[in-house]
Design a protein around this ligand. Sequence first.
Ligand SMILES: NC(=O)c1ccc[n+]([C@@H]2O[C@H](COP(=O)([O-])OP(=O)(O)OC[C@H]3O[C@@H](n4cnc5c(N)ncnc54)[C@H](OP(=O)(O)O)[C@@H]3O)[C@@H](O)[C@H]2O)c1
Length: 318
Amino acid sequence: MLRWGIVGTGDISDRVVSDLIAVEPASVAGVWGRTAERAQAFAADHGVRFATEDRAELFARADVDVIYIATPAATHADIAIEALAAGKHVLIEKPIAESAVDAARIFAAARAAGCFAMEAMWMRFNPLHVELIDRIGSGLLGEVSSVRAGFGTPFRARGRVLTPAQAGSALRDRGIYAVTLSHWFLGEPSRILASGTFEADVDVSGHATLEGRSGFAQLSWSGTEFLDLSASVAGERGWVTIAPMFWAGTRASVHAGSVESIFGSPQAVEHPRAGNGYRPMLIAVADAIESGLLEHPWHTHADTLAVSRAMDQILFEM
Ligand SMILES: NC(=O)c1ccc[n+]([C@@H]2O[C@H](COP(=O)([O-])OP(=O)(O)OC[C@H]3O[C@@H](n4cnc5c(N)ncnc54)[C@H](OP(=O)(O)O)[C@@H]3O)[C@@H](O)[C@H]2O)c1
C-alpha cells in the first residue's frame, strides 16, 4: 500500500483525501497545514494519524511515500522540489506551476531524485475520457478537424473565492482543461490566436483558437460569467459532444457510425462517477509508482510541458 502525505488543507485536499480513504482507509499517513490548528482539524476530519505545520517534518517521515500538493499554483514548484529533495514522489494539483519553466524545474528535480512526478490532471483518467480517447484514436471520427470547449463560472460561485487575485489565473485554473482536451486530439498548436480580459493583473476570462496538426480548437474560459460547460470533438466521420461539465464528464453523445446516429439518435455513452471523481487517477498513480515508473504514460512530463507552453503563449497573446 502506498502511503500519502498531504500538503494543503483546502477544498480540493478535502475532496481528494475523501477519495483516497474510500479506496484504502489507512493510505493517508500525514497532513501539513499552514497552521497547526488547520492541520489538526483536517486530520481529525479524515482520521489521519499525523498533522504538522512544519513541511520538512512531513517530508522526513519514513511512513510517507508520496506527497500530494494542493496549495495555490504559485507555491507548487518550490514545495514539489522540497519534497523531491527529501526523496518523495509527488502528485501536484493543476496547474502544475505558473509557467512552463517552473514545470520543467519540477520534472528536472524528479529525474535527479529518481522519483515519480505528475500533474493531477484527473480528467485524463476519468473513465468517460479514457473511452473517448481510445475510440477517437481508433478512428471513430476519422481525422479530428475541430475541438470546442468552454469552462466559465463566476469565481464567486465557489463561495470562498471572492477576488480574481485570490482565484489566480482563470486560464490556468479553468482554461487548462480545454487546452488539455485540445492537445489530446490536435497535438501541440503551431499557431495561437487569443484575447481576454484582466482585473488587477489577473486574467479573468479569455478565448483562443489553437491551430493544431489536423485542425483547430476554439476554447473559452472565464471566472466572471458562465460559459457553456460542454465540449465537442469533430472529424470527417462525425462528432462527439461531452455533456457539462466536460472536464468531469459522465455523459457523451456519439454522432458517428451511421446516418441514423449522426443525424437522428446519437449513441449515448455513460460512466457514473465514483466518489468525487479522483479515484481512477489516484489508483493509476499508485500503480505507476509501485511499478517503478517515474511518469505516467497517460499524462507524461512532455504532455504537461506542452500544455504549459501553450498557456504561456496564450497569456502572451492576450
Ligand atoms: N483537481 C480539481 O478538481 C481542482 C479543483 C479546485 C482546485 N484545484 C487546484 O488545487 C489547488 C488548491 O486549490 P483549492 O481550491 O483547494 O484552494 P484552497 O481551498 O484555497 O486551499 C489552498 C490550501 O493552500 C494553503 N495556502 C494558501 N496560501 C498558501 C501559501 N502561500 N503557501 C502555502 N500554502 C498556502 C491554504 O491554507 P489556508 O487554509 O491557511 O489558507 C489551503 O490549505 C490549486 O492549484 C487549484 O487549481 C484543483
